[in-house]
Design a protein around this ligand. Sequence first.
Ligand code: GLU
Length: 498
Amino acid sequence: MSSHRPVRVRFAPSPTGPLHIGGLRTALFNWLYARHHGGRFILRLEDTDQRRLVSGSAEHIMAMLRHYGLDYDEGPDIGGAFGPYVQSERRERHVRQAGWLVQEGAAYPCYCSAERLQAVNAEKRKRGEASGYDRHCRDLSLTQRAELEAAGETPVIRFRMPLEGQTLVRDAIRGESRFENSRLQDAVLLKSDGFPTYHLAHLVDDQDMQITHVLRSSEWLPSLPLHWQLWQAFGQKKPVYVHLPVILNPNGKGKLSKRHAGFTQNGRQVLVLAQEFIDAGYLPEAVGNFLTNIGWSMPDEREFFPVEAAIEGFELSRVNPADSVFPVEKLDWLNGMWIRELSGVDLAQRVRPLLQQAGLEVDDALLRKVVPLMQERMRSLHDFAAMAGFFFSDSFAGPEADAIIQRRMDTAGTLGALQAARQRLEEVERIECAALEADMRTLAQELGIKAGQLFGSLRVAVTGQRVSPPLFETMEILGLETCLERIDQAIATLQRQA
Ligand code: GLU
């Protein structure tokens, strides 16, 4: 199955909008395959459908590949020996190859108007037949063609599909399938605007770029017999085809697509775009690890692994052709695992911009102290600002009395407990978390309340939150003075209520 040529694979997105997670997964699998074999990973922009182009999306796709660590060896912005890597810049070559196919009799010009094709299809529907071109122009004589050209008709070029026999195609993970040629279409290769269709353009480019393996979405599987025939018509060695399973939307019905962007499922946003995963606080390492597990598995079935291990294990035989859903809980779990893998310095660097975005001023020395408190508790990068943002805020609103008073406690009891805690704190010179915790446990016992009740009130008093990083470490970082001030504020709030 494998060729002896050096492995060359490509990711060939159409710059028609933001990069979708399915596209990112296709890029990732190609990249893993290239890296596994020490081959080349190529980025080619397929921009021949001029009406669908969206400006800025080529740059966006390249930025996403960079963010997710999928470095390419040849591409539009870095060049390479097989350029240009923007498909529209290769148009002359596509046109020439289409002409060559016509000359060889493997393709022909078709002059049918859109209206005629519609009428043909309407007729076919009436008769209960499958729609498709009726091959009206397939056997025009040279004279007839010349007459139509003279009348100013611009043709499309169609492939001359054999009318009999079968096409036997092979996909590296799905095996062989046979197609009756009589059921295949004479597909358009070159449109009347002079631009090639995907069928012709990708194939000519794959030829010219010496692509050895085509790993692409299984949505292209129905076109494989046409591509197979085209390769044969060109008399060239075919690449190995691998049609990757699609990622299904969370309810398991249908492909996860851009249409699902902005939807929620079980109260959570359904993430579809590569950018949305960044916005949601997922690390590129976690997203890459997660996507590697969709439609592929490690030889030892491990789910959490570094990219080096994925590169080493990336055999095509482990690609599972079945479509699969997108287990977002797995991504949360992996993200937590990956956050814990980071060095403190690295995690600080990743949360700093998010704190800044939240309008907080980041003191680096303080950030270095807070990071170890949070690292074990995070599942998303956003958890940091949500739970520990108060460390970086100048303004402290002071919690409501209701929040300070814990379950099965009343105002008077809480007030007494905070006053007693304050007294103990006054006796220390500086907060040392282990000693303070021991002290507060003893105090709770003396007061006849649960440690959790005292800690809860203290937590709300000093952080303003019901959930925070570990209390005594937090108090140590906040410092004695701040803690005393805030406890006083809480006491005053309770006194106003009493
Ligand atoms: N431009 C095609 C797409 O975005 C590429 C498919 C392929 O990899 O050949 O779907």
